[in-house]
Write a protein that binds this ligand. Structure first.
Ligand SMILES: NC(=O)c1ccc[n+]([C@@H]2O[C@H](COP(=O)([O-])OP(=O)(O)OC[C@H]3O[C@@H](n4cnc5c(N)ncnc54)[C@H](OP(=O)(O)O)[C@@H]3O)[C@@H](O)[C@H]2O)c1
Length: 200
């Protein structure tokens, strides 16, 4: 399969690329540190990237930022950040990617545990993640008609990012990155559709 992985240089994307790259052609993309560059928060950047990449069999999105900070004093701009980046960015990858995905193909988006099990400061992440869950559940019904699957992987805090994320994730137990990678494998190479694969 020809598989696009956005966020390919990240803590999750790098591991997913390494494993799926053993048996598939990987088009690794991210803002700066991957073979291909794209900004998921920009429609024109996504369009340019997809046009250059051409038809593909699977798209894995492992990129998406949101604002971290307390609800008290949260500005509209801060709230918009995660909605426009992590949520809308991934939805646009699907919306625009539909023009290029081959029949039988799949989309795999990334949400996260904060939709279900929030901590202080996680409002913007929770909103973006929950939006992704709603989108995937609804889009899967419509994509059946064109023979395309869509799922989301919702990881807990991964063990390879504990130094960075651990201090914010009070009371959360780290999840082995290998378990998270397997959730992407299940979505891309398996048969499931419309699932939120929670790896907690
Ligand atoms: N790690 C966890 O514990 C965890 C848990 C739950 C959910 N998640 C979610 O999983 C996703 C990936 O997390 P991570 O820990 O792997 O992140 P990370 O290590 O910070 O990596 C982020 C990746 O996204 C790319 N990126 C950032 N902004 C982008 C943009 N506007 N357009 C395209 N690519 C962009 C980065 O590219 P460059 O390197 O080129 O800048 C990098 O490849 C995020 O949505 C995160 O919220 C992570």
């Amino acid at each position: 399969m020809k598989i696009i992985i956005t966020g390919a240089s990240g803590a999750i994307g790098k591991e997913v690329s390494a494993l799926l790259g053993q048996r598939h052609e990987i088009i690794g993309a991210s803002l700066r540190n991957s073979p291909h560059q794209l900004d998921i928060s920009s429609v024109s950047s996504i369009e340019k990237f997809l046009e250059a990449t051409g038809p593909f069999d699977a798209l894995v999105s492992a990129a998406g930022d949101a604002y971290w900070g307390p609800l008290q004093g949260l500005t509209e701009a801060q709230l918009r950040f995660g909605i426009e980046n992590k949520l809308l960015g991934q939805l646009n990858l699907v919306r625009l990617g539909l023009k290029y995905i081959r029949p039988g193909g799949s989309f795999t988006l990334t949400s996260g545990v904060l939709a279900d099990d929030p901590v202080a400061g996680s409002v913007n992440y929770a909103v973006a993640n929950a939006g992704i869950h709603g989108f995937v559940t609804a889009a899967a019904q419509e994509l059946l008609v064109v023979g395309v699957r869509i799922n989301a992987v919702s990881p807990g805090v991964t063990d390879n990012t504990m130094e960075r994320n651990g201090p914010n994730m009070i009371g959360h137990t780290p999840v082995a990155i290998a378990r998270v990678v397997n959730a992407y494998v299940k979505s891309v190479e398996g048969i499931i559709n419309g699932q939120i694969i929670r790896v907690y």
